[in-house]
Design a protein around this ligand. Structure first.
Ligand SMILES: *Cc1c(COP(=O)(O)O)cnc(C)c1O
Length: 360
């Protein structure tokens, strides 16, 4: 017997979500963002599921990119932060992996590269996010340096938006980025999921959707379903014990929950060590055998507790959905004061993954 907790990953939903995301654009390329192990969904499985539809993949680590190449993934791949050292620059050339160049030291590595295969380069502009990229006034100099190098082939100019998902939008960053992108004559890539769905004038040549591939909305006021998306992952675990409480009894560490009347509760084999957020309050939604209920008391390391009072047929062995199919991850993220991205990425390695592909 294994501990009854599982993460079901719906690869057909992810393929559907990729196509829905790309369909927001008028025939532009869409690089599927599969960094952070495809936001916790498994980068190899996701890349394989998208291999016949995706225009390319965007990721973070050269190790992951090489692993995908070795597994037979032939699509263009680009590293969103580029090389972290000279050795990685060499590997990018060797394996035909493109990447961002956001800083002068990365150009220095390209200058030291002795390869007859130039590295496809996405020159990154800091248009206001103030994380990675050349300032607009440094752009021409960086581009001229790269163009003079036989080891680099600059294909794309890219930037990344800070507020594409809220009412502030992208106007300021786009005004800084667009003129130099146009003047460069390079392919343009700016849009994350939020801009892919909401700011079509920024689509350029290649969009970079991440979160929407996994069925989660980038917008605080909308859930994925409203965007036509389906959940990529469902986290569930079984009830492993029940308790009956008299009015006034408390539940769990800190005794933060007091039963207002007689209650029946179920103890579920999922805790914060599995990636379920400890900070959520009592009443955070769950589904017990598909029926709506809520959490009771504090989430502990390996267990949490749910209310079974109104669910007389539920008991040991009942399946409890923590998020996913039928229970949008956005709701748990909101209860935890975070975003679906963080919950997806935080599912612990100890939770067994089950990948499904219902492609007919
Ligand atoms: C993560 C990332 C994306 C995807 O962002 P989503 O909000 O998940 O769509 C796109 N571009 C860059 C540079 C990123 O780091």
């Amino acid at each position: 017997m294994t501990r009854p907790i599982r993460l079901d990953i719906d690869l057909s939903a992810i393929r559907h979500n990729y196509l829905v995301s790309r369909a927001q654009t008028a025939g532009r390329r869409a690089y599927a963002v599969i960094k952070a192990d495809a936001y916790g969904h498994g980068s190899l499985e996701v890349a394989r599921a998208l291999a016949d539809v995706a225009d390319g993949f965007a990721l973070l680590n050269i190790e992951d990119a090489i692993r995908l190449r070795r597994a037979g993934i032939r699509q263009p791949m680009t590293l969103l932060e580029g090389a972290f050292d000279l050795e990685e620059t060499v590997l990018m050339a060797e394996h035909g992996i493109a990447g961002a160049v956001h800083s002068p030291h990365q150009i220095d590595w390209l200058a030291q590269l002795d390869s007859d295969r130039p590295v496809e380069t996405w020159l990154k502009v800091n248009s206001g996010m103030n994380r990675l990229g050349f300032q607009p006034e440094e752009f021409d100099g960086a581009l001229a340096r790269l163009k003079a190098l036989p080891s680099a082939r600059v294909s794309t100019v890219m930037t990344h938006f800070a507020t594409a998902d809220d009412e502030r939008g992208v106007a300021g960053q786009w005004a800084r980025f667009q003129p130099l992108a146009e003047r460069s004559g390079l392919a343009v890539s700016a849009a994350n999921s939020a801009a892919t769905f909401r700011h079509p004038h920024t689509h350029g040549d290649a969009v970079r959707p991440g979160i929407t591939l996994y069925g989660c909305s980038p917008f605080a006021e909308l859930e994925g379903e409203a965007l036509g998306l389906r959940p990529g992952m469902t986290l569930s675990a079984d009830v492993i014990a029940t308790q009956t409480l008299a009015a006034g009894e408390t539940v769990g560490y800190g005794a933060t929950f007091t039963a207002p009347q007689a209650m029946r509760i179920g103890v579920v084999a999922c805790g914060y060590a599995d990636g379920y957020p400890r900070v959520v309050p009592s009443g955070t939604p769950v589904l017990v055998d598909g029926q709506a209920s809520g959490t009771v008391g504090r989430v502990s390391m390996d267990m949490l507790v749910v209310d079974l009072t109104a669910l007389p047929s539920a008991g040991v062995g009942s399946r409890v959905t923590l998020w996913g199919e039928g229970l949008p991850i956005e709701r748990i993220a909101a209860a935890a004061g975070t975003i679906g991205y963080e919950l997806m990425c935080a599912v612990a390695p100890r939770v067994p993954r089950h990948h499904h592909d219902t492609r007919g």
